[in-house]
Design a protein. Sequence first.
Length: 236
Amino acid sequence: MEEVARALANSRFAVAFTGAGISAESGVPTFRGPGGLWERYRPEDLATPEAFWKDPVLVWRWYRWRQELIYNAAPNPAHLALAELESLGVLKAVITQNVDGLHKRAGSRRVVELHGNIWRARCTSCGRELPIEKPVDEIPPRCPHCGGLLRPAVVWFGEPLPRDAWEEALLLASSADFMLVVGTSGVVYPAAYIPRIAKRNGAVVAVVDPGETALDDIADFKIRGRAAEILPRLAA
Ligand code: BJW
Ligand code: ZN
């Protein structure tokens, strides 16, 4: 732990790569592992365009459930520690797979959202994107411009990542000399290439997660523990 804190403090361009585990202690469930299920559905069966077109109401009910959890959740000490590290000039950016917006609510300024944001929707007819202020009340929600079916502006399986976010993440990964990987199983691609690219470009990689992850093979340091407990100690 002390060694990681020192390596981080001495880095010139540190970047964080986060997943659902960083929001777990805010009460937002992870996708995989215990507590990761909604009713009897697996995320792999809901986060797809096929699931949406088969049953938009079911998929929107899942998103509304998550919007409600997130709406009532607050950033936890792990999100706050990353914002603090950025304001100290140590951390340059957060690349996140999360759609909950909690990094920005915690005060992080440079946040790259690889999988979109649950507080935006996109019209499946006219393509317009619009913000959602609070959990949707009408299901499925309709486009105020054309009446078309709205979908969450998030990235589902089989869909490409937003080009701008992906390119910024690639740039950050190749600039980083330290990458702090927090709370991700590391199984979803292309997102999981980001820490691998950083490693290949010479970054020191530290993984913070209570469990085993598919990125442990590139970890120079592995801290087994909960993000809200470990990250404030790295920022101290
Ligand atoms: C804690 C903690 C605490 C718990 N503190 N930690 C074979 C090889 C490579 C790729 C593929 C393949 N077969 C299929 C693919 C492609 C597919 C993929 O990767 N599949 C794999 C699962 C096999 N990828 C895609 O389809 C992607 N698109 C694509 O490839 O497009 C190709 C294309 C190109 C050009 C044109 C067209 C197409 C898109 C992937 C989209 C993923 N979307 C989701 C949903 C987003 C919207 C939403 O939120 O609803 O993204 S799925 C879900 O997984 C979500 C997450 O961002 C993502 C990653 O999950 P994450 O964050 O790692 O969470 P968990 O739950 O897995 O892990 C939590 C971790 O936290 C655990 O390690 C815990 O231990 C830990 N933890 N408590 C710290 N307190
Ligand atoms: Zn429309």
